[in-house]
Design a protein around this ligand. Structure first.
Ligand code: NAD
Length: 506
């Protein structure tokens, strides 16, 4: 049984220390497994946000000037501390997000991949050099940090996303301000302690807690050079438009509506096992969760639904303290009500219910925000539950006759985060990978999340701007390139004036 009665008052992390909020405004942080408030997070005022930005700006020149090797040493130390204290961090993630321990552990491991890549900053920051591009001139390029950059993160990965969108930013020499989700601020504050202990100079890592008004302060501040955002599509759209209007470099990753195509030749035992974790893991609160399974052909659909119904009915929902549990609660009561609303309306629109998770047994004895796994069959394009991202365990079956039909369906959807196909037919897989309009694509893998040293981002309205979350593109996003042309005169060299545009014929 999870027990937690103490309500902590949290702060911000500014200039190397936790400071209490001064605005008098707070937001409640819940333990979703119990449905109880565990902390109150301050909502920063305009003045507090401005002060945090000023501190970050003042700290930047010293950090920029430090050798890249020294910076990498600090990131390496941070990585060691993260590993040493991962059990505490796992407990925090579970408490504030409701994830199972196994899932929280996986999240930390994926987050560490981003830190690992950042430790390689000395190698990744190497520029380009050309000797004698003309007239004994050598040309070379360097990658300079931007200055103060802001990262804004969602609730569903309290650690992995903050690590993914800040580690490289720190390593390449920026001052970073993180605005975590107000629903899961404890993990971000814990990361602050580790940066401090690793030896990061004060002011280089800031956590400012708050809501949309705090985000607006960051978007409008002339001192902030870039914004890296991860969250829902409507907010990502807004962040990109507003940040760009204020002249910032912005990348904003949004939501997903991810599909799994099942070809008639696929092994349904493999498919169904892959689907369970990819669809319902973390109570389906993942941007790369599979929302819709698309069996090709009526026979495939009938057989698949039968296998899934049996397996889904055996899934266990409950608190993270029970090691038998497959997934935990959704993040808030509001989230739970929203998912139930989607299911209710889909039934009115003609979907049929294969497994009904609206009222799981655990919900009878607990105030936690629990939903069981729901599977809806005969879902069709145009239905609300098919078109919109549903951030909770209600998943769909959409039946099609051909692979072409499946590809077309996915390509016309406005979101394009992840997609996968299960087949033993190489030609079908090749057609699918080349024609599909989605950013992250899998063949016979349940969730095609790239590893930390590959670029991660969706297409269409799953991403605004050109940057990627983790992967080598982070170096490009968080630096600016300077190209230098350099020539040195010998003592007796002649000098002439030329009015032609310089060319390599000189
Ligand atoms: P959200 O968009 O509600 O919030 C994300 C962040 O934006 C939070 O820090 C929040 O405080 C802030 N915010 C919320 N409303 C705002 C507004 N109107 N103006 C300015 N800032 C605002 O997202 P969430 O509910 O915390 O997270 C779930 C969403 O994130 C899902 O849609 C999920 O798919 C998406 N997500 C995407 C990825 C990806 O890689 N594409 C990864 C994780 C989560």
């Amino acid at each position: 049984m999870v027990t937690n009665t103490e309500v902590k008052e949290l702060g911000h992390f500014i200039n190397g220390a936790i400071v209490p909020g001064k605005s008098g405004k707070f937001s409640d942080v819940y333990n979703p497994s119990l449905g109880t408030v565990i902390a109150r997070v301050p909502i920063a005022s305009k003045e507090e946000t401005q002060q945090a930005i000023a501190t970050a700006k003042a700290a930047f020149p010293v950090w920029r000037a430090l050798s890249v090797g020294k910076r990498a040493e600090i990131v390496l130390k941070f990585r060691q501390l993260l590993t040493e204290r991962s059990d505490e961090l796992m407990e925090l993630i579970c408490t504030e997000s409701g994830k199972t321990k196994e899932d929280a552990k996986g999240e930390i491991t994926r987050g560490l991949e981003s830190v690992d890549l950042a430790i390689n900053a000395p190698h990744l920051l190497k520029g380009e050099y050309s000797v004698n591009v003309g007239g004994n001139i050598n040309a070379y390029s360097t990658k300079a940090p931007l200055g103060v950059v802001a990262a804004i993160s969602p609730f569903n990965f309290p650690v992995m996303v903050p690590l993914a969108i800040t580690s490289m930013a720190v390593a390449v020499g920026n001052s970073v301000i993180l605005k975590p989700s107000e629903r899961v601020p404890c993990s971000a504050l814990f990361l602050s302690e580790l940066w401090k202990e690793a030896g990061l100079p004060d002011g280089i890592w800031t956590v400012i807690n708050g809501d949309k008004d705090t985000v607006n302060e960051l978007l409008e501040s002339p001192a902030i050079e870039a914004i890296s955002f991860v969250g829902s599509t409507p907010v990502a759209d807004y962040i990109f438009a507003t940040g760009s209007k204020y002249g910032k470099r912005v990348t904003a990753l949004g939501g997903g509506k991810n599909n799994m195509i099942v070809m008639p030749d696929a092994d349904l035992e493999q498919v169904s096992n892959a689907f369970l974790g990819a669809a319902y893991g973390a109570a389906s609160q993942r941007c790369m969760a599979i929302s819709t399974i698309i069996p090709v052909g009526e026979k495939t659909a009938n057989n698949l639904v039968k296998v899934l119904a049996d397996k889904i009915s055996k899934l266990k929902v409950g608190p993270y303290t029970d090691p038998e549990v497959d997934f935990g609660p959704v993040i808030t009561q509001h989230s739970k009500d929203t998912v139930i609303g989607f299911i209710d309306r889909s039934l009115k629109e003609g979907a049929t219910i294969v497994c009904d998770g609206r009222n799981p047994d655990i919900a009878k004895d607990s105030n936690g925000f629990y939903l069981g796994p729901t599977l809806l069959d005969h879902v069709k394009p145009g239905m609300e539950i098919y078109e919109q991202e549903v951030f909770g365990p209600a998943r769909n079956v959409v039946r099609v006759d051909t692979l072409e039909e499946a590809i077309e369906l996915i390509n016309v959807h406005e979101l394009g985060n992840g997609v996968t196909i299960f087949t033993n037919n190489g030609a079908a897989a090749r057609k699918f990978t080349s024609e599909i309009e989605v950013g992250m694509v899998g063949v016979n893998v349940p969730i095609p999340i790239p590893v930390g040293y590959h670029n991660f981002a969706g297409w269409k309205r799953s991403r605004f701007g050109e940057g990627h979350m983790f992967g080598p593109d982070q170096v490009r996003f968080f630096t600016k390139t300077k190209t230098i042309s350099e020539k040195w005169f010998e003592e007796d060299s002649e000098s002439v004036s030329t009015f032609a545009f310089p060319s390599n014929n000189d």
